[in-house]
Design a binder for this molecule. Structure first.
Ligand SMILES: NC(=O)c1ccc[n+]([C@@H]2O[C@H](COP(=O)([O-])OP(=O)(O)OC[C@H]3O[C@@H](n4cnc5c(N)ncnc54)[C@H](O)[C@@H]3O)[C@@H](O)[C@H]2O)c1
Length: 346
């Protein structure tokens, strides 16, 4: 059986989520092209499939690069972005704002090249931050472009993703491009970098950090979503959404950071010997975040499959097999704040 599209471009395909998406598309028999400037992604993420894909290295903010990348493909999964964990996006607003230019150039070139469908990796950061002080599931229509005051996104990164959605809808209306926006929330899994909370905790356990630090009081929550579930959400969005509508791709469970830390301690068979140091002075983001899955279930059939315990088990196994404790310890402060990967250690 052939999949909906024979040839796809994955922008940012050397990334954490992108590389897993590439593998899934190849399994469906899709011909895959990856375009990535390797600013945070890395070729090692694609090592098992490199001989099966077409890889183009280049900055998609350059029109000639974006034009060449989008030529001759049926669909574009647009994941390329300047992005990182909370510490990164809080301290790199200008870099994240550049995503508005990147998105528009990719969409414009895709339209010129008669690409049939664009699937955009949007984010839960598009949701109004003020309503996330409480545990309230985020529903797609809580962002409303047609209502005055209908948006209040999270940092420059969130506003840029929101403008990406708006722009994509405009391309759909004006040029008839099929489009979908997947609002991804707090993905985790193998190949993620340590600027994201769950990976940061794994890295700190790996180097036996003492005193062990958790940002905030650890009672903040996120809908941690395993990367294969995220990839399935992107693929299902491609299959079922063509009118530019945004769909949530994130679990509806409010998972406390302290619970995540506890599960990681168990999975890595270690506990901090002294009291945990809670760092209220670090960038924290909203208090609570989890996504309502009703619309995703109804329109695409998406339901996350991987439990937190199983996802952490897989992620820890990968991390331990691919990292060196002395190397991580030497770079830890930098790794927690920056989106770049440290050099290969395995
Ligand atoms: N990880 C999450 O929890 C999460 C949550 C919401 C949304 N997203 C979105 O999903 C996508 C993938 O994120 P990720 O976490 O896998 O890793 P990531 O953010 O590091 O991936 C971005 C990829 O884009 C590439 N890139 C950046 N700028 C580029 C440019 N100008 N030209 C070409 N390539 C460029 C990078 O090298 C990298 O491979 C991003 O769009 C991100 O905003 C991720």
């Amino acid at each position: 059986m052939t999949w909906k599209y024979a040839k796809c471009l994955v922008t940012g395909g050397a990334s954490f989520i992108g590389s897993h998406l590439v593998e899934s598309l190849l399994e469906k028999g899709v011909q895959v092209r990856v375009a990535d400037d390797l600013s945070s992604g890395k070729l090692a993420n694609l090592s098992s499939v490199l001989s099966e894909i077409e890889f183009m290295k280049g900055d998609l903010k350059h029109i000639d690069v974006a034009h060449a990348a989008t030529r001759g493909v049926d669909a574009v999964f647009h994941l390329a972005a300047n992005h990182g964990g909370r510490g990164y996006i809080a301290t790199h607003p200008a870099d994240c704002a550049g995503n508005m230019a990147l998105d528009n150039i990719v969409f414009g070139c895709a339209a010129k090249n008669d690409v049939e469908h664009i699937i955009f990796a949007s984010s839960a950061c598009v949701y109004p931050t003020d309503i996330q002080a409480e545990k309230r599931l985020l529903v797609e229509d809580m962002v409303d472009f047609s209502r005055r005051g209908g948006a209040f996104a999270d940092e420059a990164y969130g506003w840029a993703k929101l403008m990406g959605e708006l722009s994509l809808q405009a391309y759909h209306r004006q040029y008839g491009l099929k489009a979908a926006a997947a609002r991804i929330s707090t993905a985790y899994g193998p190949r993620e970098n340590e600027s994201h909370a769950l990976m940061a905790l794994i890295a700190k356990v790996f180097v036996r950090q003492s005193p062990f630090e958790i940002w905030g009081d650890g009672e903040q929550t996120r809908g941690f979503t395993y990367v294969q579930d995220v990839v399935d959400g992107l693929v299902l969005a491609a299959e079922h959404i063509e009118d530019g509508t945004a769909v949530n791709v994130g679990t509806d469970e409010f998972i406390r950071l302290n619970r995540v830390a506890g599960e990681i301690f168990t999975a890595m068979n270690w506990r901090p010997p002294a009291e945990i140091l809670y760092r209220a002075d670090k960038p924290l983001g909203v208090r609570h975040r989890a996504l309502d899955g009703t619309f995703a279930r109804r329109t695409t059939g998406w339901v996350p499959q991987v439990s937190l315990t199983e996802g952490i088990r897989r992620t820890v196994a990968w991390y331990m097999a691919h990292h060196d404790a002395a190397d991580v310890a030497a770079r830890l402060d930098n790794l927690l704040m920056e989106r770049r990967y440290f050099p290969e250690s395995g």
